[in-house]
Ligand binder design. Structure first.
Ligand SMILES: C[S@@+](CC[C@H](N)C(=O)[O-])C[C@H]1O[C@@H](n2cnc3c(N)ncnc32)[C@H](O)[C@@H]1O
Length: 293
């Protein structure tokens, strides 16, 4: 391992951090998928640097005080094995910045790509007036939808009051409070008989056995946000049971189930799931039209 020079550049701090992370055997998957990107995110954050000026920043020297702040943050990442996003208390999703802490999962859903495409070709974005997000967490998908569909009203449901407090901060930050309602409750219960053009959900979908095998980093996230029973389908089953009653006839349901896709297919052999092929990876997202439910 190369030692850290006495007056290191940003690039040297990143390299040092990545080597430390590799040695400690950290797990990734909360916004980055490798030690170099993870270290770079923390170094830039500690020094309040802008990723847009990366080329210039790499060769700059932050001085003793800056280097101390960086090393403290890198050490915390290693000793507590906490995802970088919680240390930075922010995360980007669909090109937007969200506040996050351990009351919500770190936003990373492949839904960002669908939002970006206006859910084309599956729905006509011009027709979207009402959107429901089940299991909103930080509010990232609901807020991104509110901004992607400026004519739409969005309902965002979560069973966790803690998560809704974080979502409320993000709703205020993105100034969508006039069109986005945060509702506390179980799946469809808080929306009564309302119907939507678009229902989206990234619900909990990790089985009990998979939960036991997750790296420490994932244990900083709320159990309620990830764990979904013996086969990981507890919440998805309830979404499927209630979706038809909450969709307009032309509407569609989009749900992320990650690696539970096979189990879901086997549990509902007669449902004609369309599994979406996403350019930026992160499969396990299906679409069902109201008429298919
Ligand atoms: C995987 S997280 C997704 C959060 C956010 N949508 C995202 O993509 O980052 C699932 C969320 O569903 C919520 N949740 C769990 N069970 C629920 C239920 N029965 N009804 C409503 N929300 C639920 C959790 O509190 C958590 O915030």
């Amino acid at each position: 391992m190369s030692p850290l020079p006495s007056d290191p550049t940003v690039a040297e701090l990143i390299r040092f951090g990545a080597e430390e992370f590799g040695r400690a055997g950290l797990a990734y998957g909360h916004g980055t998928d490798n030690p170099v990107d993870e270290a770079a995110a923390l170094v830039f954050h500690a020094l309040d640097l802008d990723h847009a000026d990366a080329a210039e920043a790499y060769e700059s020297k932050p001085g003793a005080e800056g280097a101390r702040r960086v090393l403290e943050l890198l050490a915390e990442r290693v000793s507590r094995r906490v995802p970088a996003a919680y240390l930075m208390r922010r995360m980007w999703f669909a090109g937007l910045e969200f506040e996050v802490d351990e009351r919500v999962i770190v936003p990373r859903s492949p839904f960002a790509e669908l939002v970006h495409a206006g859910f084309r070709p599956w729905i006509d974005p011009e027709r979207v007036r009402r959107v429901l997000d089940v299991g909103t967490g930080s509010g990232c998908i609901a807020i991104a939808c509110a901004l992607a569909f400026p004519e739409a009203r969005v309902d965002a449901v979560d069973v966790s009051p803690d998560a809704l407090e974080v979502a409320a901060r993000n709703v205020a930050r993105h100034r969508v409070g006039d069109r986005l309602r945060l509702l506390r409750g179980d799946v469809f219960e808080p929306v009564g008989a309302a119907r939507y053009d678009l229902i989206v959900s990234n619900p909990p979908y990790v089985s009990d056995a998979e939960m036991d095998a997750l790296p420490v980093e994932y244990r900083h996230e709320p159990d309620l946000a990830l764990r979904a029973g013996r086969d990981g389908l507890d919440v998805v089953r309830r979404i499927l049971a209630g979706a038809a009653a909450h969709l307009e006839p032309w509407g569609a349901l989009f749900v992320e189930v990650g690696d539970s896709d096979q189990r879901l297919q086997e549990a509902f052999p007669r449902l004609p799931f369309t599994w979406l092929e996403l350019e930026h990876g992160g499969g396990g997202v299906f679409m069902l039209r109201a008429s298919e439910l």
